[in-house]
Design a protein. Structure first.
Length: 234
């Protein structure tokens, strides 16, 4: 089982590789550095969906993988995913890809092209959530982090199944889909989605939770079979 894990920044990458308790081997590919720990190749691919998609595509073209995971810290929607908890994606969605109109926001699919959702394998979602105690639901990809109560309310009205938001999942999923590789998103919650208050963020706790989560995922990833990989929620 070979797994590509894509984070935004090196501190998230290092939190993932720490789960394996040894110094990772470093491999270089075009434009990036992979840290190999156990079955994982972990890449700090950059912030935002565009950087995530590009870096994931390069890595998937450089080697063969059975699974791609978008991982890191993110904002959690209260009360589903409180600070310090974990969230696993039932769906990975592009929350702000579309157009503003006089009648409100229209997703790109409403404009007649593109897509807004990717569907991880249901069996893997269940197994990952069971092993880690994570909440499951929609994880939204945004290009602008939510910082107001009004925007939070609008996102939840449009996506009542949302448990978390981050900036990279949909980009990783787009690249994985083009390569024919299943995808999953895992977020450790560092802050509550809502009015921006950096003093209330618990980044260190979230990174610790991310390390612990990947430690618990080892048997899940090793036990996930090829038959299960076709079990998508789409």
């Amino acid at each position: 089982m070979r797994v590509l894990v894509v984070t935004a920044v090196p501190v998230e990458r290092d939190a993932v590789t720490r789960a394996y308790g040894e110094e990772p081997a470093v491999h270089h590919i075009r434009g990036a550095e992979l840290h190999r720990a156990g079955p994982l190749d972990v890449l700090a691919g950059g912030a935002g969906p565009a950087a995530a998609a590009a870096s994931t595509a390069f890595a998937l073209a450089a080697d063969r993988y059975d699974l791609a995971i978008s991982a890191g810290i993110g904002g959690g929607f209260a009360p589903a995913a409180p600070v310090g908890s974990l969230a696993v994606s039932r769906r990975i969605g592009a929350a702000d890809l579309g157009a503003e109109t006089p009648d409100g926001f229209v997703p790109v699919t409403g404009l007649g092209f593109g897509r807004t959702w990717h569907f991880p394998p249901r069996s893997l979602v269940r197994a990952a959530a069971g092993a880690t105690g994570a909440a499951t639901g929609d994880i939204l990809t945004v290009s602008t982090v939510t910082g107001t109560a009004d925007r939070t309310a609008a996102l939840l009205a449009a996506h009542p199944g949302a448990v978390a938001e981050a900036m990279e999942g949909f980009g990783v999923a787009e690249a994985a889909d083009l390569a024919g590789v299943p995808v999953l998103e895992i977020r450790a919650v560092s802050n509550t989605v809502g009015p921006r208050d950096r003093d209330a963020w618990r980044i260190g706790d979230a990174l610790t939770a991310l390390t612990e989560a990947f430690g618990k995922l080892i048997p899940v990833l090793e036990g996930w079979t090829r038959h299960d990989r076709d079990d998508t929620a789409g």
